[in-house]
Design a protein around this ligand. Structure first.
Ligand SMILES: [Zn+2]
Length: 251
């Protein structure tokens, strides 16, 4: 097995409306959510899943959002440093999608391959007006970078497989990581914000196509059942407390 370790990296917290969390809720009440990235070490290279918030967006967030929390340690470069890595040693960056809290750090990786679904890449450059505020062009308008555009499920290296999970956005993707000891882990990205989305099959409130989002969530649950794997949601502050955090790792 080529996979060696999976590290969970926290990239701050911010406030989010209940109506944005759950498709069938109308409450504007805000709750604090965590921003997560994951680093996968394999014998074939180092793969980062998601890049969190853009460092340049943090001061504004802290000024305007009373639920925002972001320390120096939370910077992605410092999280990588805590496990002995720098951006230049990351071979590939898998972006679940190009929303601002997942693609914000992409510009830190000019040497890495940036891996996204081609439908996501196209849509992010020309989003519908209802979705435009989630796509900050500056985050992914990086023409000199090494973009690799996928069309569907793709095995990147043995034990690390991109799973297409449309719905939240037109080209959303999740990542299956087959750990030798800890077993399979599916990094859901925004296919599942919270554990509750998985358990109760709830669709995110921020959504491009709720029916597809539900189908993708069910597909991840089926895969997790068949592989006896676990699903890690993207933004759950309670689930985050239960995780082993970097520099500790799942192996
Ligand atoms: Zn999103």
């Amino acid at each position: 097995m080529a996979v060696q370790a999976l590290y969970a990296l926290q990239n701050g917290f911010f406030g989010f409306e209940r109506s944005g969390l759950f498709y069938d809720e109308r409450s504007g009440e805000k709750t604090q959510i965590v921003v997560t990235c994951y680093l996968v070490k394999t014998s074939d290279g180092t793969i980062l899943f998601d890049t969190g918030l853009a460092p340049r967006a943090v001061p504004g967030l802290l000024r305007t959002d009373p639920l925002a929390r972001f320390s120096d340690d939370d910077l992605l470069v410092h999280r990588l440093d805590s496990i002995g890595l720098e951006p230049g040693s990351v071979d590939a960056v898998v972006l679940s999608h190009l929303h601002f809290d997942h693609a914000g750090g992409a510009s830190l990786f000019p040497k890495s391959e940036l891996i996204v679904q081609q439908d996501e890449y196209a849509y992010a450059h020309h989003p519908a007006s209802f979705f435009a505020s989630f796509y900050y062009q500056k985050n992914f308008d990086l023409p000199g970078y090494r973009w690799r555009l996928l069309d569907g499920d793709t095995e990147l290296v043995p034990g690390v497989t991109v799973l297409r999970t449309d719905g939240h956005t037109p080209g959303h993707q999740s990542l299956l990581v087959e750990l030798p000891g800890a077993g399979p882990v599916i990094l859901a990205g925004d296919c599942a914000y919270w554990q509750e989305h998985i358990d109760k099959e709830r669709v995110p409130g921020v959504v491009w196509n709720p029916t597809l989002a539900l189908h993708s969530l069910k597909r991840l649950k089926t895969l997790a059942r068949l592989t006896r794997g676990r699903i890690f949601p993207s933004h759950d502050p309670v689930f985050w407390q239960t995780l082993k955090k970097a520099p500790d790792a799942y192996r």
